[in-house]
Design a protein around this ligand. Structure first.
Ligand code: DAH
Length: 343
C-alpha cells in the first residue's frame, strides 16, 4: 500500500496542465468517491492497527497534496483568463465611475478675470490688440522720444531685425488702437501678454501680463482717476484697503503717478512682503498726455482722460503669495493643482 501511495504522490507532483477540464478529470480520478485515493482510504480501514499510524499519515499527505495541486491549477487558469480576455472584453459595469480629473484655471487667468469683472461692472468694455506691434502703436503715438531706451534691442524683442516691428512691451499700445477706432466717450480695459528682453529670474521674466485701463470723455479729471483706483483696490484686496499715489513719469501721461496699496498681508503694519513700509506698488497711472490724444485724432482741447496699467503677475503674487515669476510659466502640475478650486 505504501508503494501505491508513493506512486500516486509522484503522479500528483508531476501533474501539470493548462486545461481546466484536464484538472477536473485528474481530480475525479484521484479524489472522487470512487477515485484512487478514496479507494485507498477504504483499504486502509482493513489494515492491522500497528500499520495504521504510518500509512494514515502518508495517505493524508497524499490527499492534501492532490487537493492543493488541483486547486492551484484551477485558480491559476481562472486568473489568466480574467487578465487576458475577461476584463478587457467585458469590463465590470458595476464598478464606480472613474471621473475624469477636472482641470483648473491658471492663477493668472483667475486674477485677470477678477480684474476684468471689477471694471466691467462699472462700465468698462474689454478690448484687445495684437502681440506683434509696430513702432507707432507701441512707442511713437505714446509720446516716447526717439532715443528712449525702451526702443533699444536690449529692452525690446524686435521681429526679424526690423526696427518697426516688435513684440509689444506693454498693453498701452491697445489704447492707441482703441482711440484711433472709437470716438469718446471711451471706457475700456485691455488685458494681454507683453514681452521684454529680460533675463529670467524669480523677479523678472521676458513674458508677462498686464491690464491697461483708459477713460476718455469731456471733463475727466485726476479726481476721477483716484476714485476709480480706490474702488478697484477695495474690490480686489478688501474693503479696508487704502491707496496712495506717488508722483512718477511716463511718456504717455501727464501728470503721472505710481499707485501703492496698503499691504494686503500685514494690513499696513509692515512685514517682509512690503519690506516694512506697509505699502506695495501695484500700477502706474496718469492723465493721458494731450500729445497722445492728438496723435490718435482726439481733440485735446475738448477731451481729457486718464489711463492706468498694472502687471497681473504682481497682483497675483499679492493675492496668492507666489513670489517666483518662473512658477507661472513652468506648467508644473503640483503648482497649478493648488488653484483647482478657484474659479
Ligand atoms: N505701460 C506702463 C508699463 O508698462 C504701465 C502704465 C503706466 C500704463 C502708466 C498706463 C499708465 O496706462 O498711465 O510700465
Amino acid at each position: 500500500m505504501i508503494k501505491k501511495i508513493n506512486e500516486l504522490l509522484k503522479e500528483v507532483e508531476e501533474f501539470a496542465t493548462d486545461s481546466f477540464d484536464e484538472a477536473e478529470e485528474f481530480r475525479i480520478r484521484l479524489l472522487s468517491k470512487k477515485g484512487q485515493i478514496s479507494l485507498l482510504f477504504n483499504d486502509f480501514k482493513a489494515l492491522p492497527p500497528e500499520e495504521k499510524k504510518l500509512v494514515g499519515q502518508q495517505l493524508n499527505t497524499l490527499k492534501e497534496s492532490a487537493l492543493n495541486k488541483v486547486n492551484e491549477i484551477k485558480q491559476r487558469i481562472e486568473e489568466q483568463k480574467q487578465q487576458t480576455s475577461g476584463s478587457d472584453k467585458y469590463p465590470d459595469l458595476t464598478l464606480p465611475v472613474d471621473f475624469a480629473e477636472a482641470g483648473s484655471r491658471h492663477p493668472i487667468s483667475i486674477v485677470r478675470n477678477q480684474i476684468n469683472g471689477i471694471f466691467e461692472k462699472i462700465g468698462f468694455v474689454i478690448s484687445e490688440g495684437p502681440e506683434i506691434e509696430n513702432d507707432w502703436h507701441n512707442f511713437s503715438a505714446l509720446n516716447f522720444a526717439e532715443d528712449h531706451p525702451a526702443r533699444d534691442m536690449q529692452d525690446t524683442f524686435f521681429v526679424e531685425k526690423n526696427p518697426d516691428v516688435a513684440l509689444r512691451t506693454h498693453t498701452s499700445s491697445v489704447q492707441v488702437r482703441v482711440m484711433n477706432n472709437q470716438k469718446p466717450p471711451i471706457r475700456t480695459i485691455s488685458p494681454g501678454r507683453v514681452f521684454r528682453n529680460e533675463a529670467i529670474s524669480a523677479r523678472a521674466h521676458c513674458i508677462f501680463h498686464q491690464v491697461e485701463g483708459l477713460y476718455i470723455d469731456k471733463g475727466v479729471s485726476f479726481a476721477d482717476l483716484k476714485h476709480v483706483l480706490d474702488h478697484f483696490a477695495r474690490e480686489f484686496f478688501g474693503p479696508e484697503t487704502k491707496i496712495r499715489l506717488r508722483p512718477s513719469y511716463f511718456p504717455f501721461t501727464e501728470p503721472s503717478a505710481e499707485v501703492d496699496v496698503s499691504c494686503p498681508f500685514c494690513k499696513g503694519k509692515g512685514c517682509n512682503i512690503c519690506k516694512g513700509t506697509g505699502w506695495v506698488e501695484i500700477m502706474g497711472c496718469g492723465m493721458v498726455d494731450p500729445n497722445v490724444l492728438e496723435n490718435c485724432n482726439i481733440d485735446s482741447t475738448v477731451y481729457t482722460g486718464y489711463a492706468f496699467g498694472m502687471g497681473i503677475e504682481r497682483i497675483t503674487m499679492l493675492k496668492y503669495m507666489v513670489n517666483d515669476l518662473r512658477l507661472y510659466f513652468e506648467n508644473d502640475l503640483r503648482f497649478l493643482r493648488q488653484f483647482s478650486s478657484a474659479w
